[in-house]
Design a protein around this ligand. Structure first.
Ligand code: BGC
Length: 418
């Protein structure tokens, strides 16, 4: 009995899944749609290394990788029109919370001109969640921006904070009465790294100065958004969704220990330290473990996802224990894997949740978990082939099919118990 009690999650725990506007809605016109048109051919011609789950020694190469249309978001999952149907599924899967994002380019398609119909659309999205007793967690910015902003330098532009604050004020004022939980910026450092260090996304620049500037803008954007949201509704709860990596030292030598310190400071805690006084909770996205042995990424990769990313559920526990120092409620705002054959998803969900539970038993204040993602969706520069969904989407017919692992997760959500 005592053991069972230990495995219960706290009363009122939020269970759900996450999505992002550009990845599921379809029909967007933003900086990504423009970029996709310009880059689809190139991406289709690239040699992708794909690892499939059942037998990683075999090459199952998804033919979609070579198809340029894989890289065009187009109507995506048509979630923009089918959100009610999708929330019915979430309800059926016993979710009591849902994380989604608002598409800035819909709200402000032209500089300074706001589209009231689109604001109304998100009101309906929120209403649909509320009707189903699903708590909305709204993200204000999840990687995509209006085209006019990108023409002014995007997040590297001089006036981006003013533009962002104006958008936030507009949308938060409209939605505030219905939304308690706000997430300002999604994964600021994934965006800065992929746009300005590796040069894979959007700006495609390898420019450390721009990288640093955009990072500072994401700090400032959060701080401003925090103020605006609190002014609208002092009861609202505001945080950012930060990707955090579990750095592990293999072999306790001083060099490895130093690299770990640098990695944690640079990649994990720098951003959180700068916003912590203006955050009501910590939102944390978990995907990566990084084993250091004279250099980074010396991972054993015993299990990997379809994207070749190591599956290391223990890392979640380590990070949660580290986050205890902030003394704030924590929401796991994303955790998931690409697994087209649904062969490892149930295992991964259960193992990550056991690790979350272990941290909770050690006094960490974890209050919610959002699996990434509710639906298969458009995975940025990888396109549609990586399958992250609890629900499979047939992109030809747009039919939804609940995966087996989703049912296993639904049981946990229902019982509040693993
Ligand atoms: C992002 C999502 C993305 C997921 C899987 C996170 O970095 O927030 O937009 O689809 O990870 O790569």
């Amino acid at each position: 009995m005592k053991n069972n009690q230990k495995q219960k999650f706290p009363h009122g725990f939020y269970w759900g899944a996450a999505t992002a506007a550009h990845q599921v809605e379809g029909g967007n016109k933003n900086d990504w749609t423009k970029w996709e048109e310009q880059n689809a051919q190139r991406l289709a011609g690239k040699k992708e290394k794909i690892v499939f789950t059942i037998d990683p020694t075999k090459d199952y190469s998804d033919p979609e990788v070579k198809n340029p249309s894989n890289y065009i978001s187009s109507i995506a999952c048509d979630h923009y029109n089918r959100f009610a149907e999708d929330f019915d599924i979430a309800k059926k899967l016993n979710h009591n919370a849902h994380r989604f994002s608002i598409e800035w380019s819909r709200i402000e398609p032209e500089e300074g001109k706001f589209d009231e119909r689109e604001i109304e659309h998100y009101k309906q999205v929120i209403e649909a969640l509320k009707d189903r007793n699903i708590e909305p967690f709204a993200t204000l910015w999840h990687f995509s921006s209006p085209v006019w902003l990108s023409e002014k330098g995007g997040w590297n532009g001089q006036r981006v904070i003013m533009y962002f604050s104006r958008y936030v004020e507009k949308i938060v004022t409209a939605l505030s009465p219905q939304v308690k939980f706000w997430i300002t910026i999604n994964e600021p450092q994934i965006y800065t790294a992929l746009c300005y260090l590796t040069g894979e996304w959007l700006a495609q620049k390898k420019n450390p100065v721009a990288h640093h500037r955009v990072f500072s803008h994401f700090v400032e954007a959060h701080l401003q958004a925090y103020k605006i949201i609190k002014k609208c509704n002092p009861q609202a709860k505001v945080g950012a969704a930060k990707n955090l990596i579990d750095f592990e030292v293999a072999g306790n030598n001083p060099w490895n220990i130093l690299l770990k310190k640098i990695g944690r400071w640079w990649g994990d805690y720098r951003y959180l330290d700068l916003i912590k006084n203006d955050a009501d909770f910590i939102g944390f996205n978990y995907y990566f473990h990084n084993r250091i042995n004279w250099w980074f990424n010396r991972n054993e990769n015993k299990k990997v996802s379809d994207l070749g990313w190591e599956l290391y559920p223990e890392g979640l526990y380590n990070i949660l224990m580290d986050l205890k120092k902030y003394n704030k409620p924590i929401y796991i705002t994303e955790s998931g894997l690409a697994d087209a054959k649904d062969a490892k998803r149930e295992w991964y969900i259960k193992e990550t949740l056991k690790n979350a539970q272990k941290a909770i038993s050690s006094g960490v204040d974890v209050r919610g978990h959002f699996y990434w993602s509710l639906l298969d969706n458009f995975e940025w520069n990888k396109g549609f082939w990586p399958r992250f969904g609890l629900v499979e989407v047939n992109y030809k017919t747009l039919e939804r099919k609940i995966r087996k692992s989703a049912l296993a997760y639904a049981e946990i959500c229902k019982n509040n118990f693993i």
